[in-house]
Ligand binder design. Structure first.
Ligand code: SER
Length: 317
């Protein structure tokens, strides 16, 4: 039986992952960790326990782990790539000092830890096409620096102390529940909101810029499946490439137009996001995840687009 703490439970991934885990485990077993100013509301608040869980406060985290007998921590606290460029020291503090707090508690208390990595852990020298699982990782963004350090520290705690750390490199994540904040791939979410509202979309990423993307239900499945995988099959741990679709803004806009013919898009390229996007893979090779823990996505661009438009029409119109 798992007792789970989700740190960052009100964020883009956390808000949906917490609810998925609460459907899987007995009532009361999944604690929604949050920070001041991002308190859980509605169903997230009502469906189970919640606790102030600031990654930068190790004592607070230890108190929660002890009180709720936590054995699994999903650490989703992070500043996304464009915000991290504006606040690099804060990004390091949350993503690395915070991670060290979590890993130390995990070592003492015997918890498994999932801390996601990202396509942002790669850089301009990384092969962009079919990016291998094991390859050069020299990112130029602070977000990327924290993600490479996250992978290394997570593997370090596994090899040195036996802490059960596992993770995946998430592509840009697309969902209709909680908006991302300040990422490079956010355009692929915002474009659907604009299209459903009948607004013209100003795209901050240039035509021809391909990036891996994934629909949130597949991302949540990956986060759950990797933590439930048979450890004897895992040759890798931190972190696995996972992929489901790769497109540029032109392909995405054309797909949306098939469903919303009046949709219009213009380009207003943001140089900060564009430079980051140019340094990231076009398409990752996820064969290790497929071999080692049977990773397989369910959604492609067409099925995601249908689902996004249907959900956003209900939410927005
Ligand atoms: N979606 C993230 C970002 O754009 C990358 O993992 O910052």
């Amino acid at each position: 039986m798992k007792n789970v703490l989700v740190i960052g439970s009100t964020g883009q991934i956390g808000s949906e992952l917490t609810m998925k885990l609460r459907k899987m485990y007995p009532e009361g077993n999944v604690v929604a960790g949050y920070i001041k100013g991002a308190e859980p509301k509605g169903i997230l608040l009502e469906s189970g326990p919640s606790a102030l869980a600031d990654v930068c406060d190790g004592e607070q985290l230890l108190g929660i782990v002890k009180e709720y007998h936590i054995d699994t921590i999903y650490n989703l606290a992070a500043l996304l790539s464009a915000v991290a460029e504006k606040k690099p020291q804060l990004a390091w503090h949350i993503q690395i000092d915070g991670l060290m707090n979590i890993l130390e508690i995990a070592r003492q208390e015997g918890c498994a830890v999932f801390t996601p990595s990202s396509i942002g852990s790669f850089g301009p020298e990384t092969p962009h096409e079919n990016t291998p699982q094991d390859t050069i990782q020299r990112p130029r963004s602070m977000y990327g620096c924290t993600k490479v350090a996250t992978e290394l520290l997570s593997d370090y705690y596994f090899h040195k102390y036996g802490v059960d750390t596992r993770s995946v490199r998430f592509p840009g994540l697309i969902s209709n529940v909680t908006l991302p904040g300040g990422g490079t791939t956010d355009y692929a979410v915002e474009i659907y909101y604009a299209a459903v509202k009948g607004e013209e979309f100003a795209c901050p990423i240039a035509a021809g810029t391909f990036m891996d993307m994934m629909y949130m239900p597949d991302a949540l499945k990956a986060a759950v499946d990797i933590m439930n995988a048979d450890p004897s099959r895992l040759k890798h741990r931190n972190s696995f490439n996972i992929a489901s679709m790769s497109f540029d803004p032109e392909i995405l806009a054309a797909k949306i137009k098939e469903h919303i013919p009046g949709f219009r898009m213009r380009y207003e390229v943001d140089p900060v996001r564009q430079a980051i996007a140019d340094s990231w893979p076009d398409k990752m090779d996820d064969s290790c995840a497929r071999e080692e823990w049977d990773w397989a996505p369910s959604f492609d661009l067409e099925s995601m687009t249908v689902d996004m438009i249907t959900a956003l029409r209900k939410k927005l119109l």
